[in-house]
Design a protein around this ligand. Structure first.
Ligand code: NDP
Length: 253
């Protein structure tokens, strides 16, 4: 695995917490610190904490932290074109930033939450992917990992917007994979069930009792369960595409 990751430039969105953060740590471990990470999210201070942790463990690792809000679509192009030379030739894009806002019936869901979910989970992901693809096409190689969800396959009441956003991620991943079929660019997707992260706190807007209740008696997955799968898919031979990984805890049918 270390050979396949060596010197790769890996861009992660939503790297300040949860699955994105765990993926940064897992990649550094699998690559023996011989990788370059571009860590992005809105909370730069969290990214810088992660940078310190990584540098302590792997003195040779190269890490760039950038505050990037993927829902601000017009900032994405300038972010990619403004990457310092040492990080500009991106090899792997991990489209992880995403969120659910509320679990309300369609009649009561707030317009700003509808917009927030689509802007982040769908439009941000698509816009960043569009900005990165020319870099991959130029060298005819690269990997795109999209975070879908079980919600994109099996919609539920109260998921009226979140579920469609993840279905859109799935559809987009399929189209992309087919469009890129004759290239050496892979499109990989991971579709988790419940994973205990900050996701639920965000969904229930800080109502920790409601957030915790989601995981009660379910023995949920943790972020590392997902980051392991991401790293597994990325470290297969370049001709091996693990297109989709559907994974949930044994208590969540
Ligand atoms: P967390 O809430 O723990 O982490 C979400 C990350 O996304 C944070 O780093 C957050 O950083 C970032 N983020 C949110 N909005 C934006 C934005 N507009 N721009 C940039 N970054 C943003 O959740 P998870 O780690 O659990 O979620 C990661 C992905 O996995 C998401 O796409 C989610 O939909 C998906 N997923 C999660 C599941 C779960 O049960 N947890 C199940 C299935 C899929 P910051 O706030 O600093 O911007």
């Amino acid at each position: 695995a270390a050979d396949r990751l060596k010197d790769k430039i890996i861009l992660i969105t939503g790297a300040s917490a949860g699955i994105g953060k765990a993926t940064a740590l897992e990649l550094a471990l699998a690559g023996n610190g011989q990788i370059k990470l571009i860590l992005t999210a809105r909370r730069k201070e969290k990214l810088d904490e992660l940078l310190s942790e990584l540098q302590l463990k792997y003195p040779n690792i190269k890490v760039l932290t950038v505050s990037l809000d993927v829902s601000k679509l017009d900032t994405i192009g300038p972010f990619v074109s403004g990457l310092p030379q040492e990080f500009a030739d991106v090899d792997v894009l991990i489209n992880n930033a995403g969120l659910a806002l509320g679990r309300d019936e369609i009649g009561t869901i707030l317009p700003e939450d509808i917009q927030g979910m689509f802007q982040t989970n769908v439009l941000g992901l698509i816009t960043l992917t569009q900005a990165i693809i020319p870099i991959f096409k130029k060298k005819n190689s690269g990997d795109i990992v999209n975070l879908g969800s079980i919600a994109g396959r099996d919609p539920y009441p109260g998921g009226g917007i979140y579920c469609p956003t993840k279905a859109a991620v799935k559809s987009f991943s399929h189209v992309l994979r087919k469009e890129l079929i004759s290239t050496r660019i892979r499109v990989l997707e991971v579709d988790p069930g419940n994973v205990e992260t900050e996701f639920s706190n965000t969904r229930f807007k800080g109502d920790l009792a409601k957030a915790k209740a989601v995981y009660a008696n379910t023995e949920p997955l943790v972020a590392e369960d997902i980051s392991e799968l991401i790293v597994f898919a990325l470290t297969r031979k370049q001709n091996t595409v693990i297109a989709e990984q559907l994974v949930f805890s044994s208590n969540q049918a």
